[in-house]
Structures are given as C-alpha cells and as structure tokens.
Design a protein around this ligand. Structure first.
Ligand code: GLA
Length: 370
C-alpha cells in the first residue's frame, strides 16, 4: 500500500472505529500537450502524476470523512464542499443505472488543490473505482471516466471535458495517454524521461483558477459558434482552409484548436521516435498558441515559459485550462535547480506570488490497493 492509501485506511479506522473493506486511490495529472481540444472532439496527451487521492470504503450509513479537512459530511445534500465530488459520483452511478447502496468513506490526498493538477478528477476517479469494486458493478474504466465527468458537469456544475477523468483512470506508469476525445479511444505512449536525461518540472504559479467563473465556458461557447460558422459539428473536423470563413475571436480560438490537434499527433510521433527536441518545439508552439490565439495565459505562466527557454528547457508550456494554475517544462536533469532558482528570482522581481515547484514522473492511474 502507498503511504497515502495507508493514511486513508487509518483515517477510516479512527473516524468510524472499524477496518475499511477496501482502499483505492487515483492520481492528479498534467497535460503534456493538447489543450482546450477535449471539448472540441480532439486529441489530448496527459500523464498521471505521483500525487494521489485515496479513499477507504466500508459498510454503514453513508458518511464521508476527509482527513485533510478533518471534516465529516452526510452524503445527502449538495453543499458546495469537497464532498460534492464523491456524492456526484454516487449520483452519476445511480443515473447510469448502477445500483449503489449506503457506504462510509474516508479520504486522504496529496494532490495540490485548486492549482490545475486535477485534484477533482482524482477524488472522482478514486471514488468511482472504489464504489465499482465495493458494489461489484464491473463497470469498464472508460465508462467510469464518463460517470466521473457527468458528476463534475451535472452534479458539481463545472463544464469540463473528458481529459482529466480519462487521465486519472487510464494512465499507466512511465507513459503518457493519447486520447481521441471523440471516439474516446485511448492508448499509452511510452514516456521514458529518465532514459532521455530529462525532468518534468511543474511550476504552480499560485494564481488561483476558478474554472466556473473564468473564461472557460466562454471559450467553449466561442468554439461551438466557430464550428457552426464553418459548418462542422465540432472544431475537430475544421481545417486550416476553413479559417478563411472566420474572423475575430472565432478565428483565433479555432486556429488554436486546429493547430493544437495537429501538434498532439506530431508530438506522439516525436515521442515514438524518441525525438524530444521536436516534442519540446511543439510544447513551445502550443504555449504561444494558447497565449496569443486562445488567450488563456497569464504574465506568470509566460514568465515561467520564457525563463525555462532561457535556461535550456527542451520544451515548456502552460498546462490545464490556463487563467493561472500550472506550467510545465521538460529540462535536462542537471538544470532543474538553476531553472527553479531563476524563476523564483524573476517572480520576485516582478512582484508575483512565490511559485511552488514539483518534479513528477509519469505515474500509474487509479488502482485498488492490496
Ligand atoms: C480543464 C478541463 C479539461 C480541459 C482543460 C483544457 O483542465 O477540466 O477537460 O478542457 O481544462 O485543456
């Protein structure tokens, strides 16, 4: 058992006075490339990170306990707390015709919250896998991901695509996950950073993102409008030629989506050829497109990417929705400290909040602990 899984089991014992019947955990994620493409039916390439949320489950009148908040919630009413995520999963399972009885659950996690590393997908995926096993449902992981997305969209009320839930449930250690967000087919793409002498550095700019009250929904609507204007169902089907039919925000957003989808496929080819230079070039191009065409970057995210480039990063870009949150860099192992030091200094000179840094290796998706 991982430490975080032991912590959830211990929290369960302490809170409910008995042994849990099972423990599951699921990771947060970073997206390597393919941003704002998922809700346009396109391609994404995330990998899971070695930070997880664990849940211990057993029988009893439904109660949810969080060790991190030291807080117990009855599962009955939505109350805009962390408990809405597991409640939403139980609700979405019911809506999907899966029979869920009462259960007690204790959670413990180490995914940074609210910074764009998908702590919400992690708690949803851990809950979904645990309840699936606990109630013997036998639901496929891809369907569990859809259940989790439904929980987030229709219960919690945040309109996200499918990427985060797919990443949390389907990623494999040492690999990225290529997802076709229309067919929902996914396959692992080996990502051996160690062999390439590269480190994956994440910079949390500490600029809080609120997906619901930012431009996320606005971007989605603009994309839908642009798709209509060029006569396709989703921007996935639009071509560069179609851009002639657009202007203003629709043109910029569509240009990002079309070029980003192409970059994901090129990035997969680059990884397959072990060509990290090309992979890095695509990361920088993705960032520029998110900054200039999709307009979801911030001065902090741009500063990190610029600093990374100056310090020899192979590639760097914002990751996740943008509007704050995190950026990533692939950088030679030996250079990581220089980069984080330089970043801290530049952030302080520019009077930005002090950033936090993490180094991750591509980790395993959701698992039942044994
Ligand atoms: C958030 C959403 C994802 C995806 C990204 C942008 O992380 O949860 O579904 O849309 O933004 O790529």
């Amino acid at each position: 058992m991982r430490e975080i899984e032991k912590k959830a089991a211990k929290a369960y014992r302490q809170r409910f006075g008995e042994e849990p019947e099972l423990v599951a955990s699921a990771p947060g994620r970073v997206n390597l490339i393919g941003e704002h493409t998922d809700y346009n039916g396109g391609f994404v390439l995330p990998c899971a990170i070695d930070r997880r949320i664990a849940v211990a489950v057993g029988s009893g009148e439904t109660r949810l306990y969080s060790a991190d908040f030291d807080e117990t919630r009855q599962a009955l009413e939505k109350d805009s707390s962390w408990a809405d995520y597991p409640r939403g999963v139980a609700w979405a399972m019911g809506e999907g015709g899966h029979e869920i009885g009462p259960f007690m659950a204790a959670f413990a996690g180490n995914v940074p919250l609210g910074s764009g590393l998908s702590s919400s997908a992690a708690i949803e995926a851990a809950t979904a896998l645990a309840l699936d096993a606990f109630f013997g449902l036998g639901v496929a992981r891809t369907d569990l991901a859809i259940i989790c997305q439904r929980a987030e969209n229709d219960y919690v009320g945040v309109g996200t695509g499918i990427m985060d839930q797919y990443a949390s449930l389907l990623c494999e250690a040492g690999a990225a996950l290529l997802v076709d967000c229309r067919s929902l087919e996914a396959r692992s793409v080996p990502l051996d950073l160690g062999a390439a002498g590269l480190a994956l550095i994440v910079c949390d700019t500490r600029v809080e993102r609120g997906l619901a009250d930012t431009g996320y929904n606005d971007r989605r609507t603009t994309c839908e409008r642009a798709a209509k204007m060029v006569g396709v169902e989703e921007l996935r089907d639009a071509t560069e030629g179609d851009l002639d039919l657009l202007s203003g925000a629709e043109l910029k957003r569509a240009r990002h989506v079309i070029t980003e989808n192409a970059r994901v496929l090129q990035a997969v080819e680059a990884l397959t050829d072990n060509n990290f230079d090309e992979f890095g070039r695509l990361m920088y191009a993705s960032h520029a497109s998110l900054r200039d065409d999709y307009e979801v970057s911030t001065p902090e995210l741009d500063t990190f990417v610029e600093t990374a480039e100056i310090h020899g990063a192979t590639g760097a870009r914002l990751t996740g929705a943008g509007f704050g949150g995190c950026a990533i860099a692939l950088i030679p192992d030996s250079e990581t400290e220089k980069l984080t030091d330089a970043c801290k200094q530049t952030f302080s000179e520019r009077e930005f909040a002090e950033p936090a840094f993490y180094q991750f290796v591509p980790a395993a998706g959701a698992e039942l602990a044994s």
